[in-house]
Ligand binder design. Structure first.
Ligand SMILES: [Zn+2]
Length: 307
């Protein structure tokens, strides 16, 4: 838990009108499309079709004559996984994506066509101002800078290690049934400096409370990082990762297969924190998305019988 010295304020912004407009116009804008190259029966559906900044979108492709080789959205390539006669992919809308209509392209090798259009709406996330020890906000000590550099290289390898196979067959769950103390997407100012928005949610918890895996997967990282403290990152396939940070203790190993609900560690206060809590995040293809919204969206990725 980070201590706030100013109450978080929700501001009235013109973005609200854009959001309203997007919602009102949404039914008129098709989010499902059909591209000629994939065959006459090609159908691409996106849920939700009007995602917020920082939200994941589940895409289902059916009727493709050939297996599509990827989806392109906001300059990134996304993998597709075969799922009972259709193909599924999960796109991520960055928190920094500008609201408005954005095309989703489908590819078969070199051939790419627009398959659907999403209407990105503003997230209207609030902001908070925090005061922390200066070394935690802008580290200057050589050993800290060296660790931060090492962490960055390690994380690049970790997030590059996913594959096209979906490693879970049941929807995601909360890793800890507890109250949210810092929501997703909050814009943060640390010691007056703007920092990246909150990429997950902070859950209240006492040191030593067990933390469960949100879904089945492979442990991509179990180790200590400068900002995150003791961290577990699980790869769920399709470039979907869940993160569990600031743990007091880790109870899994790198490369281990974990089940949904398996205890992977215990709540703590390691890394850049002012008190014990669990930071829980979902990162998709390098982009943090709202974990609570993703619990719902993950239902669209598993066989109906498992929901
Ligand atoms: Zn956090």
């Amino acid at each position: 838990m980070l201590t706030s010295n100013k109450p978080a304020g929700r501001r009235w912004r013109p973005g609200f009108f854009l959001l309203l407009l997007a919602v009102l116009l949404a039914p008129a804008l098709p989010a499902a499309g059909s591209a000629a190259a994939g065959g006459k029966k090609l159908r691409v559906t996106c849920e939700p079709a009007v995602p917020r900044q920082g939200e994941a979108v589940v895409v289902t492709v059916s009727g493709s004559e050939r297996p599509p080789t990827g989806l392109f959205f906001l300059g990134r390539r996304y993998r597709l996984a075969p799922a009972g006669g259709v193909y599924k992919a999960v796109l991520a809308v960055p928190l920094a994506a500008a609201p408005g209509r954005r095309g989703v392209e489908i590819a078969w090798g070199e051939r790419r066509e627009t398959a659907a259009v999403l209407t990105v709406r503003a997230g209207n996330y609030d902001e908070e101002h925090l005061t922390l020890p200066p070394e935690m906000v802008s580290p200057k000590q050589k050993s800290h800078l060296r660790q931060i550099r090492r962490d960055r290289q390690l994380l690049r390898r970790v997030y590059g290690s996913s594959g096209s196979a979906v490693l879970f067959n049941r929807p995601f769950i909360m890793p800890l049934e507890s109250r949210i103390i810092t929501p997703f997407g909050r814009r943060r100012f640390l010691n007056g400096q703007p920092k990246s928005p909150h990429g997950g949610i902070d859950l209240r918890g006492r040191t030593g409370v067990p933390v469960k895996a949100s879904a089945a997967g492979r442990v991509a990282l179990a180790g200590s990082l400068y900002y995150s403290g003791n961290a577990v990152i699980i790869d769920h396939g399709l470039d979907i990762f869940s993160l569990y940070l600031h743990l007091s203790k880790i109870s899994v190993r790198d490369g281990e297969q974990v089940r949904r609900g398996q205890v992977i560690g215990y709540v703590g206060s390691t890394g850049r924190v002012t008190g014990p809590h669990l930071h829980w995040g979902i990162k998709i293809n390098g982009i943090f998305v709202d974990p609570l919204a993703f619990i719902k969206e993950s239902r669209l990725l598993v066989p109906a019988a498992e929901n």
